[in-house]
Design a protein around this ligand. Structure first.
Ligand SMILES: [Fe+2]
Length: 644
């Protein structure tokens, strides 16, 4: 402004100076030359003023024109700001200070604007970069969202499937919290245990464990085991709402974290039917094993009492029936007598007396004979029939049912079997009873056949022995006595029943081979020649030849074949010694020698038992087995040997 004022003041001074100069010049010229008719000074100054004014006007016009042009340039500069054109400092300088100031201001503004534009551009670039990043992030986010949405859909679908699976599966699914309380139960809980969800949710798991198993169930221990070892399988009886129980198999598995904290999932399967079938299978196998063992055992029994005993004891002691009894009749259509009984039901003799004899062929029980598969009667019916049979009231303790089957084959009935139970017979039990009955029947038939065979056999043997002994009056009864002494020795030695029975038979038959020795040698009064003695020595071999086809036991045949062998090996016919001979032949040998010494002979009187024992002792360890001789001594000292 000062500059502007200073410039303007200069121009004013200049024009004042020009005015004065022109006034002076015009005044001089008018005075001297009458120039332009200017005659008065005032007119000269006026002319000078006009001239100056004209000059000023010309100057101003020129100046104005320059100013307009400069201003136009300034406008261009302003316009160029938008084009971001650089304004040099020289371009701002004009002859008009004010315009220069304006130009400078415009330049400053331009620079500021350029700077701001630059900054804005930089910011725009940054923003563009950020925008790009954001765009990428957005794209990723969008992709992630799509994946997430897809996963959520899959999860929802999976959850729905799981939920529908859990709801619809036949197994019970429970969720337990860390304290063992039930937090979830599926629909199967109601179907299997009859408990609704609100009945058990919030209750401890023990609430549905049956009876004493609830006290034994330790959830804390289970939880630790599941945490350490994972899945656990247990079989626990579970309570039903009506107080009954089911057998269950429970799989405890660690579950995901739930709103209730750590939890365990229990998948419960009802295995009641499976367990029942398992038990039935085990029971069936047990019965089959018992029947098998029974069949083997009873097949070896040769005596009727043993067969009856094995039968009733198997039924009560192994198969668990309350009572069992076998009835036997020697003759058809006669009363059947109780042959053997067993079980707690028959433990009282007052009860037993009602069962001592029953006629199953006639009267009240006769209808049973028509039922080949056995008859099952209730207690009431049986008591009525028994009362009809006995003719008076029967007072026996109650039972549930009784099974009666005839031990029958063809037309001949040998007996009946009665089996008592405290509960209804099961179908399988009836099958077992039939099997036992049939097996017993076979054993009885074998025993009966054996008894018959034995009778025939004994009669035949007795006839043979009688034929042998009839030839020599001095040896009559020898075989029976040897048999009796041998049995006595064997009993004293504690031998078993089969061995004693074999010795009884061997004693009777030991000299049967003498039937093949001629009377000339056998009945010779004087001493035997060597040849004759050799002939006598053949009788054990002849015995075996006679007896072998009969089918006697090996023990009997051996006892007969070796009864002339000696302890020291100097006997005949084989010269065997102790170990090779065996005990039974040596018992026969001692019994044979003792009877021979204590019997009368044509050439000597009988020895007394004491002397005979003394002879045995003298030959102990040489001819006779020392232990057997000692047994004879023991018998003599204890009771004295009775000479038969
Ligand atoms: Fe002999």
């Amino acid at each position: 402004m000062r500059k502007y004022i200073k410039g303007t003041l200069g121009y004013v001074c200049l024009f004042v100076f020009v005015f004065i100069l022109l006034g002076v010049i015009f005044s001089y010229l008018s005075d001297k030359f009458q120039f332009f008719l200017l005659i008065r000074p005032a007119e000269s100054w006026f002319l000078a003023l006009l001239t100056t004014a004209f000059a000023v006007i010309v100057f101003l016009l020129k100046r104005y024109h320059g100013l307009i042009r400069e201003l136009n340039r300034s406008l261009e500069m302003i316009n160029n700001i938008n084009n971001n054109t650089y304004i040099a400092e020289s371009e701002t300088k004009t002859s008009f200070p004010a315009v220069s100031d304006i130009n400078n201001a415009i330049r400053e503004i331009s620079r500021d604007i350029q700077k701001q534009v630059t900054e804005l551009n930089e910011q725009s670039i940054e923003l563009a970069k950020k925008n790009s990043k954001l765009d990428n992030a957005h794209k990723q986010l969008a992709a992630s969202y799509e994946q997430l949405q897809s996963l959520m859909e899959q999860l929802n679908e999976s959850e729905q499937r799981y939920h529908s699976l859990v709801i619809s599966i036949p197994d019970i699914v429970l969720t337990l919290d860390e304290n063992g309380n039930i937090t979830y139960a599926n629909r199967a809980c109601r179907d299997i245990l009859n408990f609704r969800r609100h009945d058990i949710v919030g209750k401890p798991f023990q609430f549905i464990v049956y009876g004493k198993h609830a006290d034994e169930f330790n959830f804390e221990k289970l939880r630790r085991t599941v945490e350490i070892n994972g899945e656990q399988l247990m079989q626990i009886p579970l309570l039903r709402k009506d107080g009954t129980f089911i057998e269950s198999e429970i799989k405890f598995t660690p579950a995901q974290e739930s709103p209730h904290g750590y939890s365990i999932q229990a998948i419960i399967r009802d295995i009641t039917e499976q367990k029942r079938m398992e038990r039935a299978l085990v029971e069936n196998n047990r019965r089959l094993r018992i029947i098998n063992e029974f069949s083997q055992k009873i097949a070896s029994e040769m005596e009727l009492p043993d067969i009856h005993k094995t039968c009733v004891k198997t039924l009560t002691e192994l198969l668990g029936f309350s009572g069992a009894a076998c009835f036997f009749s020697e003759e058809k259509n006669k009363n059947y007598s109780i042959a053997e009984y067993s079980g707690k039901y028959f433990s009282d003799t007052d009860i037993l007396k009602h069962f001592m004899q029953i006629n199953f062929n006639r009267g009240a029980f006769s209808f049973i004979r028509n039922d080949k598969d056995g008859t099952v009667l209730d207690f009431g019916t049986f008591v009525e029939l028994l009362a009809m049979e006995n003719g008076n009231k029967v007072d026996i303790p109650p039972f549930r049912q009784i099974y009666i089957q005839e031990l029958k084959n063809g037309d001949s009935g040998q007996g009946f079997l009665l089996v008592i139970t405290d509960s209804n017979f099961k179908h399988e039990e009836i099958d077992v009873l039939r099997s036992i009955c049939n097996t017993t029947l076979v054993a009885i038939e074998n025993a009966m056949y054996l008894i018959k065979s034995k009778k025939n056999y004994v009669a035949t043997i007795n006839a043979l022995i009688a034929a042998v002994e009839a030839r020599d009056q001095y040896t009559r009864g020898h075989s029976q006595r040897v048999s009796a002494y041998a049995v006595r020795i064997a009993e004293e030695m504690g031998m078993n029943r089969e061995t004693i029975e074999d010795l009884r038979i061997a004693g009777i038959l030991h000299d049967i081979g003498k039937i093949g020795i001629s009377d000339r040698i056998l009945l010779k009064k004087g001493p035997l020649t060597k040849e004759e003695y050799e002939e006598i020595k053949k009788h054990p071999a002849i015995s075996n030849k006679i007896l072998y086809p009969i089918g006697l036991s090996e023990r009997i045949l051996k006892a007969i074949a070796f009864h002339h062998e000696r302890y020291d090996g100097r006997g005949y016919p084989f010269g065997l010694s102790n170990e090779s001979i065996g005990l039974e032949p040596q018992i026969i040998a001692v019994a044979d020698a003792f009877d021979a010494m204590t019997s009368k002979r044509p050439y000597r009187e009988p020895l007394s038992p004491d002397k005979a024992i003394k002879e045995l002792e003298d030959n102990k360890g040489s001819q006779f087995h020392p232990d057997i001789v000692d047994v004879m001594v023991k018998i003599q000292r204890k009771n004295g040997i009775i000479i038969l």
